[in-house]
Design a protein around this ligand. Structure first.
Ligand SMILES: [Zn+2]
Length: 485
């Protein structure tokens, strides 16, 4: 496959299903928690028994409004439930309670940053619905079983306009959206457990064309990387097909993570196949201004606001603030370090350098919440304090940091145990300088003859002779005095 991708542009829209962090399910009192033994969290309502009636969980509506306000959506003061009719073994009622023509939120946008540019991606809608059960294949010989624990867990479906054009933009949008629902406390964002799921609508068209191409829905991606890879594969497959004179069909394709390809699953049902109609068991939802305003006032600090505060309150560069607020847990980790010691720029440097490198190395990027930090915030703060008070140099601090990764000791204890305390005794450093200069009389002469670059050489020799422990500003000061003498 080697299509001329430059001739085409990708058109990508994303549908995200976010499981809401409510204690109970959307229409019954069963627990909505993940991980219980199969079918433990069920009752006649979420098993779809005849004659039962759903009772709406008020918290679900609050969460939907919270999301809508954070994304600048129009909140529909009147919205209602619809039945989405289809048959599947994990859908016990034969229909899913969802929203169709009157969703709770419409419009809104997210600003994403890719390659130094900001792009605004608009949302079509956000609606509430119930999750289905889960078919379990391959675990019980030839049988497939159904676990209804997930049946009735509340979902927000967040639908974007088809305004993204590359896998990188789709990835940025998803990360931003996940960060936002985590900040809002309405979803844990766990892609592996399926509480934050994404389907992608992907098509290609000749660059500059205004008509949309044939849309393919891609499913079954359970990490950000999988979404990006699946979209990249699909864009290439479609462009390749068109270049070969083939035609594309509207269909649903599954991402196969092992073979890194998409495979056709079924031709896509069109919307009327679901025979949506208003659910007669549930009244329309009427939202008062009071209800909405109470939620608006209680919104937590959102990523964009936090980013601005990091710049204004801590004097951080905009880039640092952007990286540090890209995850709620990372922002909180940073604030904990600063609360313990104060030097915000140093904290930012350590986190953006060593901590983020380790997060990548340990493949924690996709984890919904990092709890197992490479070093606890208090220890990182203590390490920065040791540098700031002159006990160790920045160079020695790197050695101490490496030690902290495998030890529970405090940085101070490590410094003492390994004898790494910085040499700040002038006479001791002076003695080392004298030795270094005496060992290289020719270089000293060159320096005094005008080759001032040799200063770095002398500093290096002194640091080497002291095992990196000499206080660098002091070395510089004493060395200059001696050389200029
Ligand atoms: Zn139930």
């Amino acid at each position: 496959m080697n299509p001329d991708l430059d001739r085409y542009e990708g058109v990508i829209g994303l549908e995200v299903h976010a499981e809401m962090l409510t204690a109970s399910k959307i229409f019954c009192g069963c627990s909505a928690a993940f991980g219980a033994p199969p079918n433990d969290n069920t009752c006649p309502v979420c098993l779809g028994m005849p004659g039962v009636l759903p009772v709406l969980n008020r918290r679900v509506v609050e969460f939907a409004v919270r999301a809508g306000l954070a994304i600048d959506c129009r909140i529909a003061r009147r919205n209602r439930w619809a039945r989405k009719n289809y048959f599947y073994p994990d859908l016990c009622k034969g229909y899913q309670i969802s929203q169709f023509e009157l969703p709770i939120c419409e419009g809104g946008y997210l600003d994403i940053h890719v390659d130094e540019t900001t792009k605004r991606v608009h949302l079509t809608r956000i609606h509430m619905e119930e999750d289905t059960g889960k078919n379990i294949h391959d675990a019980h010989g030839d049988s497939s079983l159904v676990d209804f624990n997930r049946s009735g867990v509340p979902l927000l479906e967040i639908v974007s306009e088809p305004e993204m054009s590359s896998p990188a933009e789709a990835g940025a949008y998803l990360r931003k959206l996940r960060t936002l629902v985590q900040y809002l406390g309405i979803c844990d964002g766990n892609m592996e457990e399926g509480s934050f799921r994404c389907d992608a609508n992907v098509s290609v068209r000749l660059r500059g064309a205004t008509e949309l191409g044939v849309k393919v829905e891609v499913k079954n991606m359970n990490s950000f990387r999988a979404v990006e890879k699946a979209i990249a594969f699909e864009l290439e497959r479609q462009a390749d097909t068109l270049d070969d004179g083939g035609h594309l069909v509207q269909e649903t394709r599954l991402w196969d993570a092992d073979r890194e390809e998409t495979r056709s699953m079924r031709s896509k049902e069109s919307a009327h196949d679901y025979r949506y109609f208003p659910d007669p068991d549930l009244p329309p939802i009427i939202l008062s201004e009071d209800f909405i305003e109470t939620i608006r006032r209680a919104l937590p600090e959102l990523p964009d606001a936090r980013r601005e505060r990091f710049v204004s309150a801590f004097g951080l560069p905009a880039y640092d603030a952007e990286v540090l607020t890209s995850r709620r847990d990372l922002a909180e980790y940073f604030e904990a370090v600063v609360a313990a010691h104060g030097n915000a720029k140093a904290a930012s440097n350590w986190i953006m350098g060593d901590i983020i490198r380790l997060i990548h190395e340990r493949k924690l990027d996709d984890a919904p919440i990092i709890t197992d930090w490479p070093v606890p915030a208090a220890n990182l703060a203590a390490l920065i304090a040791l540098i700031d008070e002159g006990t160790i140099s920045g160079k020695i601090a790197k050695t101490v940091f490496e030690e902290m990764l495998t030890s529970d000791e405090s940085p101070r204890a490590i410094v003492e145990r390994k004898g790494l305390v910085q040499m700040s005794d002038e006479s001791a450093i002076q003695a080392v300088i004298d030795e270094v200069l005496a060992a290289s009389p020719d270089k000293v002469a060159e320096y005094r003859g005008g080759k001032e670059k040799l200063q770095g050489f002398f500093v290096g020799q002194v640091m080497k002779a002291t095992g990196g422990k000499a206080n660098p500003p002091l070395v510089n000061k004493l060395l200059m005095a001696k050389l200029k003498a």
